[in-house]
Design a protein around this ligand. Structure first.
Ligand code: FES
Length: 572
């Protein structure tokens, strides 16, 4: 156990120097009596609340509840508003800014008198960003997930955010949804604060945070507006104070075993493909060498048990009442490293003892999985030398081994302009290819990977086609979409060399993605390819452009991912 003089914040507040005098005097200016806060662990509450982020709309109230818990446990809470990454509103994509929030998190924790941190996130990129930054800062930290929003509803039917939007948008384009029905859908899709309640990126990453050991047990599954979520906020605030005294640093929690368990859990959840990129980036911050190969290996051994949309039938509220993440983890505990420590101070295994599945149709038992061998595959081949990813559980089975002629769009704008052009040569067997949508080409690797099926094919009843891009795909999307092709086309990867009519073969069982042209032809096209000029000449975009890594490396900035000296400031 640490003592008061061991606290990092004592370098700011303790001693008899001019600086500590100034810090104490300014604390009085804040309205604090010395006995209220001096000698107590300073807890930074990093709050991604914003009035434009509906997923975090309850975070003002939750931050107060966290602070209540911190005070009650004998700490001193200080709230820091940090960048929000609103998946819906931030363009071109919040992924462009994930590393910016990670940098902000790390530098705030480094530069202020903080002894421990509560990280408040949930909307897609906020979770990995906060955890990446905190991992680099190295202080004790605990994560408070936003929790999923309530189920959507339309005319008595349950709606899943994202998933059902895509579904009904296709039906509307096929002429099956009226203006009135469309307006009702707009009102019923998102009924409360909280992140998307499908197994999208948000639910996937907050569940990953929990199994990594970064949340109190069970918290990731609690709906955002449930009274249990209020209590979890206060309990999180109380626990971080103890973690500071115990000196339980984030590095002791985020181990190689923890990341292996996070991959296993993401697979068992049928989670978002975005987790591949985020977990690789997060792991590398902690010197854990997670790679695409690990995902493929673990996916082959792990069944999908969560029957949640888009791969399944139910929503996160159902998952919570079915026992939530602890119940699912207990069902696969033989695949996990149960001896490792979590932020609760207990081992993962101790936390899972007694966790039971209450609704086996929502969390399937091992004897009746949704899919016996994982829902995700990592592909390679001449079209993706550094890898590509497909969530095959969300695709029509008949497309998992398919050869078809390419229909190539050179970027998103080209695709929007031509996908419904009556002159476009396309049929149900075609392979839709989108170029220049990767980390640099997008920029920010937007979620364009679920390319729209041309209207005239939709009207013929086609609902899935093979689609290939260097983009990402929303975790709430579905279809035979090959994603994250690396290297991306913008830097001259093979995807840039595909031409209309080239045959492309997808073979998920063999883990192959092949452009059916000779090596000589591929080399000759490569030699003729010219790089586009830099897109950004100034600003954050220029920094991003210079330093972002490819999808198989996690899209972190090279200077943030590497190890090296980053001196802690001396406040005295
Ligand atoms: Fe925030 Fe989906 S829009 S989690």
């Amino acid at each position: 156990m640490r003592k008061r003089e061991d606290l990092r914040s004592q370098a700011w507040y303790g001693g008899d120097g001019l600086r500590s005098f100034s810090h104490r005097a300014r604390s009085r200016q804040l309205g604090l009596n010395p006995e209220e806060h001096l000698g107590k662990p300073v807890i930074g509450i990093l709050n991604t609340y914003s009035g434009i982020n509906p997923c975090h709309l309850h975070f003002r109230e939750r931050a107060e509840e966290v602070a209540r818990g911190v005070w009650q446990a004998g700490g001193y809470p200080v709230e820091f508003p940090v960048a929000t990454l609103s998946e819906t509103f931030q363009k071109p994509t919040p992924m462009l800014y994930r590393n910016l929030l990670a940098m902000e998190t790390e530098e705030l924790l480094r530069s202020y008198p903080i002894d421990g941190a509560v990280l408040m996130g949930g909307c897609d990129k906020t979770t990995p960003a906060l955890l990446m930054g905190a991992a680099s800062a190295g202080l004790p930290a605990i994560f408070l997930p936003a929790g999923p929003m309530l189920r959507g509803n339309w005319r008595g039917q349950e709606l899943g955010s994202g998933t059902d939007m895509w579904k009904y948008w296709d039906e509307r384009r096929a002429g099956n949804v009226s203006d009135c029905e469309w307006s009702e859908l707009e009102s019923g899709l998102a009924r409360s604060p909280g992140h998307c309640m499908t197994m999208g990126t948000a639910s996937t990453m907050t569940s990953a945070a929990e199994v990594l050991g970064m949340t109190l047990p069970g918290v990731a599954s609690i709906p955002a507006v449930d009274s249990a979520h209020h209590r979890a906020a206060a309990a999180t605030g109380m626990r971080i104070v103890d973690m500071v005294w115990e000196n339980l640093s984030i590095g002791e929690v985020l181990t190689a075993e923890a990341y292996a368990d996070a991959v296993t859990t993401v697979i068992a959840l049928g989670g978002s493909t975005n987790a591949v990129i985020h977990l690789i980036a997060m792991a590398r911050r902690g010197r854990v060498g997670l790679s695409l190969r690990d995902f493929d290996r673990i996916a082959r051994e792990t069944p999908v048990l969560a029957n949640i949309r888009p791969g399944g039938q139910f929503l996160m509220e159902d998952f919570y009442f079915a026992g939530g993440l602890p119940a699912l983890l207990n069902e696969i505990r033989d695949l996990l490293h149960t001896e490792r420590r979590t932020v609760s101070g207990r081992t993962l295994g101790e936390q899972l003892d007694g966790a039971a599945i209450h609704k086996p149709e929502v969390i399937r038992p091992r004897s009746n999985p949704l899919s016996p061998d994982g829902g995700l595959a990592v592909l390679s081949g001449n079209l993706a030398p550094d890898g590509a990813v497909i969530k095959h559980i969300a695709a029509e089975r008949r497309l998992l081994k398919h050869t078809g002629p390419a229909v190539v769009f050179r970027d998103y704008q080209d695709m929007q302009a031509r996908v419904n052009d009556p002159g476009l040569v396309v049929d149900a067997d075609s392979v839709l290819v989108l170029q220049n949508a990767g980390p640099l080409g997008g920029p920010g690797m937007p979620e364009y990977g679920m390319l729209p099926i041309p209207d005239r094919l939709l009207k013929q009843g086609v609902r899935d086609m093979v689609r290939i891009s260097d983009a990402r795909m929303s975790g709430t999307s579905y279809g035979a979409c090959v994603l994250h092709v690396a290297p991306e086309s913008y830097v001259g990867g093979s995807l840039a060399l595909v031409r209309d009519g080239d045959l492309v073969t997808l073979d998920v069982a063999a883990r192959k993605l092949t452009l059916e042209i000779s090596d000589e032809e591929l080399a000759s096209r490569k030699a003729a390819w010219t790089a586009p000029p830099p897109r950004y000449e100034r600003g954050y975009g220029a920094l991003y452009q210079q330093h972002v890594t490819q999808a198989d490396q996690g899209c972190d900035f090279d200077f943030l991912a590497r190890q090296g000296n980053n001196p802690t400031p001396d406040p005295r």
